[in-house]
Write a protein that binds this ligand. Structure first.
Ligand code: FMN
Length: 341
């Protein structure tokens, strides 16, 4: 079976048909641009963004009460194509937020029906909506009517094994005029436990005519190829693997073309971490989190599997400033690479 080269969400061409999954706390503008710079990824998405926050940020009384900068929708021109993901449960607020997203120049909007977090679900957001399909329908119709840019949604298979709704949600999305749907093959009840059920992604592909993106447990180029073959999906979305191996998209392209792929060396990891830190130092005010916290977080992610990596993680954990973090990384890798030479 041939692997799709590109995917189309209406007017939005995704080439190659590989997508960086939205990940709260991870896929901010700095991380996304690292992914872009390494190549092989056809589409990036923002972290999920509260529709109420988007509307409040546009102006009005709530904007005055903001404690932290609202940077969730910040992106740079070289990030196109880029989709903004929204969450919420009020159709009118979501429609309003969608207009803000469209005006901000995004290439598409994605609606979150997958977040399992209690705080979100309690207000009927994220995967909570999978228990209320009439409300889900009102949301899809309101957002679709509010904007002209491509509109997709991302779902889990259902609330739990007794309430699987992925096929219904797929048909709903299609009937409401959405341009695509991504399915993470787990229920809300599963959280991240067990395995993503790829059979259900295959079943969704059979059930709808709009593009289906498969998601869940792709950790290597081999997994990606298996996902395409097993499900017949139109595109593959990758989350967790990209946070520790941002080269994965490029590796997949290489693997599909040649049957093999390059693995990053320690020097590659050093360059990556230095580049990430440089970008953070420059653009730290454009993310919603704390830049020093991000340095610590990504030092841990990017050194998984590195020799003596635990030593660096320990050192980074103790640093008090961005300068100290940069110094700890240089010292570790220079020592490590020097010792290997
Ligand atoms: C830290 C983290 C944050 C996430 N945040 C979001 C989010 O904001 N929106 C969303 O739709 N899914 C979110 N997800 C789910 C991922 O997009 C993806 O569906 C899930 O991780 C399964 O894919 P994977 O096996 O490739 O990681 C998040 C996952 C993780 C691990």
């Amino acid at each position: 079976m041939a692997i799709p080269e590109r995917l189309r969400f209406g007017s939005l061409a995704v080439e190659p048909a590989l997508i960086l999954a939205p990940m709260a706390g991870l896929t901010d503008t700095v991380f996304r641009r690292v992914i872009r710079s390494l190549g092989g990824c056809g589409l990036i998405m923002t972290e999920f963004t509260n529709a109420h926050g988007v509307v409040a940020h546009r102006g009005g009384p709530a904007a005055k009460n903001r404690r932290r900068p609202f940077n969730y929708l910040h992106y740079e021109p070289d990030e196109h194509p880029i989709v903004a993901q929204l969450f919420g449960s009020d159709p009118e607020v979501l429609a309003d937020a969608a207009r803000v997203v469209e005006d901000a120049g995004f290439d598409g909007i994605d609606m979150n029906f997958g977040c399992p977090v209690k705080k979100v679900v309690k207000c009927n957001g994220g995967s909570g909506l999978l228990r209320d399909l009439p409300l889900a329908e009102r949301i899809l119709k309101a957002v679709r009517a509010a904007v002209a840019i491509p509109f997709t949604c991302k779902i889990r298979t259902g609330w739990d094994e007794d309430r699987l709704v992925y096929a219904q949600m797929g048909r709903l999305a299609e009937d409401c005029g959405l341009q695509g749907i991504a399915l993470h093959g787990r229920t809300r009840a599963q959280g991240y436990a067990g395995e993503a059920d790829w059979d259900r992604i295959a079943a969704l592909k059979q059930a709808v005519g709009i593009p289906v993106v498969g998601n869940g447990d792709v950790f290597s180029p081999q997994d990606c190829l298996r996902m395409f073959r097993h499900t017949g999906c139109d595109g593959v979305m990758i989350g967790r693997a990209a946070s520790s191996n941002p080269w994965i998209f490029r590796q997949i392209r290489q693997y599909i073309a040649t049957g093999r792929y390059d693995r990053p060396t320690e020097a590659d990891r050093y360059r990556l971490l230095s580049d990430y830190y440089r970008r953070l130092a420059r653009d730290g005010d454009k993310i919603s989190g704390d830049p020093l916290g991000k340095m610590k977080q990504f030092a841990a992610y990017f050194t998984r599997g590195v020799r003596n990596g635990a030593r660096l993680r320990k050192a980074i954990y103790r640093v008090r400033s961005q300068e100290e973090a940069c110094a700890a990384v240089s010292e570790f890798f220079e020592g490590q690479l020097g010792a290997a030479a």
